[in-house]
Design a protein around this ligand. Structure first.
Ligand SMILES: [Zn+2]
Length: 404
């Protein structure tokens, strides 16, 4: 059986590599084999139709996983290994031998990354320069005219409307008044080994703490996952998916993406999709660039790899709080922001997408402190849901409820 499946994967890879874009009926057959047991038949917008409407001429192919034996078996059944909801979550990692070194830029010459590179239509990827760093590590904007902003580079201009006509605007807000689009980046928040630095302080706030809190408060969120974190702690990702959160990609090793070459962008996105697929059985159609650092070159690659960019219009700055992985911001500064937004709730003219993190104890404390108050004053929904996304994954049988 194993041999047969491997053969199927290889033949799938060949078809996809040789024919870009891949025939949509093939992809739909490909993913039909992944149907969740509990799924029901649903009417779905065809992915190919939506792609045509959104892209004019650019192919948006469903991601595929070259030479990935698991993907051709039943990833959902496989992922059940990690389904320990209601008990302590399994600490078993994915098979890390099959993945790049966590928290490092993946090899661009791996067969998997090379296969994905081959199906991208590079004529449709703008030729924006690879950005550089200043000496102290910040992104270098020298020579970039942000008033003209020819690359729609968010870091330079907060641009969310790509100049490339086949890419839809980024999702960055909720249009309806009163809606609070919930998002948490950087998870799943990994448990530290006992004895590891800050383990005693941080572990009570590691997953499933936030997911338990959200469940208790009947809240669902977009969760932007770092591939390396998923590889180390797939049970947390599976728990979040089972709870009905919207899983999106947040890259493998969390670099500023405009500073990467095209091939490096592919590698960061590919391995994250693969880790999420293996852990949960689904393939996200959404991603968020670390630090919001995206331009049309990076957007175009992500789009062709099947993902729409999601940003935000309110930043809690919880990422800068004093805690491991954070900065030097005092909690009172973040408190002030939440207080201000609560005061403004009644005068709000449209909704909002809010940036929060499951990064460390400080960010989880903030969420637990403020979300009950926010919930009393706003309609708190996942960011994708307030933008009417009911199918956040390429597996068409996974459908989330419409909120409008
Ligand atoms: Zn991040």
């Amino acid at each position: 059986m194993q041999i047969l499946l491997t053969g199927m994967v290889l033949s799938a890879t060949v078809q996809l590599v040789c024919a870009a874009p891949a025939p949509s009926n093939f992809l739909s057959d490909f993913f039909d084999s992944f149907k969740r047991e509990e799924s029901t038949e649903v009417t779905t917008p065809s992915i190919s139709q939506e792609s045509t409407a959104n892209t004019a001429f650019a192919p948006q192919t469903s991601p595929f996983f070259p030479d990935f034996e698991l993907a051709m078996s039943s990833p959902t059944e496989e992922a059940v290994r990690y389904d320990t909801q209601g008990k302590a979550l399994s600490r078993k990692s994915l098979d890390l031998k099959k993945y790049p070194e966590p928290w490092t830029l993946p090899d661009i010459y791996s067969p998997q990354v090379q296969a994905v590179i081959k199906v991208i239509d590079w004529n449709l990827v703008p030729d924006a320069p690879v950005r550089t760093f200043n000496g102290e590590g910040s992104i270098n904007f020298d020579g970039y005219d942000s008033s003209k902003d020819k690359d729609c580079w968010w870091s330079a201009s907060n641009c969310v409307s790509p100049k490339v006509d086949y890419i839809p605007d980024d999702l960055y807000t909720c249009s309806r008044k009163g809606e609070w689009g919930l998002t948490f980046d950087d998870g799943p928040f990994n448990v530290r080994e006992s004895g590891e630095l800050y383990a005693t302080q941080e572990n009570p706030f590691a997953e499933p703490e936030l997911y338990n809190f959200l469940e208790k408060n009947n809240l669902k969120s977009n969760l932007f996952y770092i591939g390396s974190n998923v590889a180390y702690y797939p049970a947390a990702a599976k728990r979040a998916f089972d709870d009905g959160h919207y899983i999106c990609s947040h890259t493998w090793s969390h670099p500023p993406m405009t500073t990467l070459t095209n091939a490096e962008v592919v590698a960061e996105l590919y391995w994250t999709l693969r880790a999420i697929k293996e852990a949960t059985g689904i393939t996200p159609r959404c991603w968020r660039p670390p630090q919001g650092d995206v331009d049309d070159r990076v957007r175009a690659i992500a789009w062709q790899m099947g993902m729409h960019t999601i940003l935000w219009d309110k930043d809690t700055e919880d990422w800068a709080l004093q805690a491991p992985g954070g900065g030097s911001l005092s909690p009172s500064q973040v408190d002030k922001k939440f207080s201000k937004w609560l005061r403004e709730a009644k005068s709000q003219t449209h909704g909002t997408i809010v940036l929060q993190h499951e990064l460390n104890s400080a960010t989880i404390r903030m969420a637990e402190k403020w979300l009950p108050k926010i919930k009393s004053n706003f309609k708190v929904v996942p960011a994708s849901a307030c933008n009417d996304v009911t199918q956040p994954y390429w597996e068409q049988d996974v459908v989330y409820p419409a909120i409008h």
